[in-house]
Design a protein around this ligand. Structure first.
Ligand SMILES: Nc1ncnc2c1ncn2[C@@H]1O[C@H](COP(=O)(O)OP(=O)(O)OP(=O)(O)O)[C@@H](O)[C@H]1O
Ligand SMILES: [Mg+2]
Length: 420
């Protein structure tokens, strides 16, 4: 239970009353989009940011939200647009320090350090910027309410007023929101339905890469992702994510398998690692998974035991996706299975083989979506052989595929025979 102070009803509606309009009388409004300087970000936004839209960017503390938005501000300001960046968390000097790192010169970028929402909006009305950024929704408060900043009612009020500002002035507004791992703390979760676009910025603390994905978009699909790397000059787009995630792959080591997975609509190669070793906990061996679904992995172990005749009763099994990626699609099944068997037998999977396919409980290998982009991604990274579900191979046969050996498998035994 959370205690909340009872507040007066928010201010009366300032809109004139509107009457119903006939559908065919409505002028088709071409939603104008502005492009940021980052192509991948435009894709995540559905082709650029729409005028008059409110975009929420959520992420854990320190992930790089302010950096990303300062970069966006820089790009728009460099195109000659008037941008207002409001920070309720950092001093102007702090922001400038970050700006120096990002190489911001004398662009038309206005900064404002302010935590009172009404004052922010007053300044914004006077300046009439072509883009407004508020960092962050938790640090700004409306004086209409008595509760402290960051409480649900404050956060909603801030978002609501900003939404109205965006629509009234027909400019894009960006709102930063902090979330914890659970998505709680009066966080963006409670705002998701109020805004037009919700982007989440994710990544592992100990890894340099950051993943930006759309969670909701009123003006585009939510399937795209962008991958960035944090460096001292700010966030740089990782243009070849597969190479990025495979660059430190061990050579000819048992227990390592490259899979072709899909993140958003983008194919990505990832390395699944397995370590099977004799347990010290007889009767209760360890099963650890990082980056993969634990239950699904346990299921795959059972399939191996039943269908390939191995026993894991005396073995600890550790599974990991290299680079801190997390993968939750069944197309990774075959890779997980082969990695485990490879480690168990202590035999490496050939270096130039990539795999994908879903494994069923009878050991059958089932087709997955988007075989073509998966295969192409493997080919572009120099893989020579792809082991894939028979059903997918049949659908690819019509295509003209050069420099690549496709080996269709219908059962895990076949895959096992090919590799080992
Ligand atoms: N010189 C630098 N070189 C590389 N990385 C840096 C440098 N300075 C800061 N960083 C990284 O930038 C990240 C913080 O970025 P930023 O302040 O944009 O995050 P944020 O999400 O806005 O954080 P907060 O939740 O505190 O507002 C940290 O991960 C930090 O390691
Ligand atoms: Mg910040």
């Amino acid at each position: 239970m959370i205690e909340e102070v009872q507040e007066e009803a928010p201010a009366e509606f300032s809109f004139p009353p509107s009457a119903p309009v006939l559908y065919e009388d409505i002028q088709e409004a071409q939603k104008k989009r502005k492009e940021t300087g980052i192509k991948e970000l435009n894709q995540v936004l559905g082709g650029g940011v729409v005028q008059g839209s409110l975009v929420l960017i959520g992420g854990e503390p320190g992930i790089g939200k302010s950096t990303l938005l300062l970069q966006i501000s820089r790009d728009f300001a460099a195109q000659g647009e008037k941008v207002l960046y409001v920070s309720g968390e950092e001093s102007l000097e702090q922001i400038k320090l970050r700006g120096e790192r990002l190489g911001i010169r004398n662009e038309k970028l206005y900064l404002l350090a302010e935590t009172n929402l009404e004052r922010v909006l007053l300044q914004a009305e006077q300046l009439s910027p072509q883009m407004l950024i508020l960092d962050s929704v938790q640090s700004v408060f409306s004086s209409k309410l008595t509760s402290s900043p960051g409480t649900i009612s404050q956060v909603r009020e801030v978002a609501h007023q900003l939404f109205r500002f965006a629509k009234k002035n027909n400019i894009p507004c960006f709102l930063i929101g902090h979330i914890t791992k659970e998505g709680s703390l009066a966080g963006p979760k409670s705002l998701e339905h109020m805004v037009d676009v919700v982007l989440y910025f994710e990544g592992e603390r100990d890894h340099n890469y950051r993943l930006l994905r759309a969670f909701k978009n009123r003006f585009g699909p939510v399937s795209e992702i962008a991958i960035f790397e944090m460096g001292n000059r700010g966030l740089q787009v990782v243009s070849n994510p597969s190479a990025f995630f495979l660059k430190e792959r061990p050579t000819h080591e048992a227990g390592s398998v490259v899979i072709c997975t899909i993140k958003g609509t983008r194919p990505l190669l990832a390395e699944i690692q397995a370590l099977v070793s004799a347990t010290l906990f007889v009767g209760n061996p360890r099963r650890m998974t990082i980056g993969l679904d634990h239950f699904r992995s346990s299921m795959l172990m059972a399939v191996i035991e039943k269908k390939l005749g191995y026993s894991f009763a005396g073995e600890d099994i550790y599974l990991n996706v290299a680079g801190g990626l997390s993968i939750n699609e069944p197309a990774a099944d075959l890779g997980v299975l082969l990695a485990v068997v490879s480690s168990l037998k202590n035999k490496a999977v050939p270096q130039d083989v990539a795999v994908f396919g879903e494994v069923g409980l009878s050991g059958e290998i089932r087709s997955v979506s988007h075989p073509m982009p998966r295969m192409n991604e493997a080919r572009s990274l120099g893989f020579k052989t792809v082991i894939l579900p028979e059903g997918n191979k049949a659908s690819l046969e019509k295509e003209n595929i050069a420099n690549m050996k496709l080996m269709g498998v219908g059962h895990i035994k076949q895959a096992f025979q090919i590799i080992f």
